[in-house]
Ligand binder design. Sequence first.
Ligand code: ZN
Ligand code: ZN
Length: 156
Amino acid sequence: MSTIEHTSALRSAGLRVTAPRLAALAAVEAHPHSDAEAIARMVRDNLGTVSRQAVYDVLNALSDAELLRRVAVGGRSMQYEIHRHDNHHHLVCRECGRLEDVPCAIGAAPCLVPHDDHGFSIEIADVVYRGVCSECRAKSAATAPSLPAHRAPHTP
Ligand SMILES: [Zn+2]
Ligand SMILES: [Zn+2]
């Protein structure tokens, strides 16, 4: 999305168009799944001095207006991405924290139906698949101690 599109997205969400809001949208667009600290750094690189609190306020306003989506995968700080209303899910690496988007498991949102909805009207399913990414798997395979020869199973 361009600045023009960000401007019209802010307007149609009923938000005032300000330089920090545009800079935050541009930062998240360029670096999806950034946390508030990283976004604050990028906004500052772009605009000069902007207080941390101002950036947090911007992120809250943009998230409340559903221009940004908060991604919480536990353990690490909240991460942000452009809200595309596509109900995609996330893969997270438990070693390095790498976060990747994956589309809905099947069909349209909520795409997964609970066995018991307790009378809720379900809107989305927010799934986090946890595991170890390919790079971390390669790294641990490289550093794993190989079995010493004398402990190899004895074959008759
Ligand atoms: Zn990893
Ligand atoms: Zn995502």
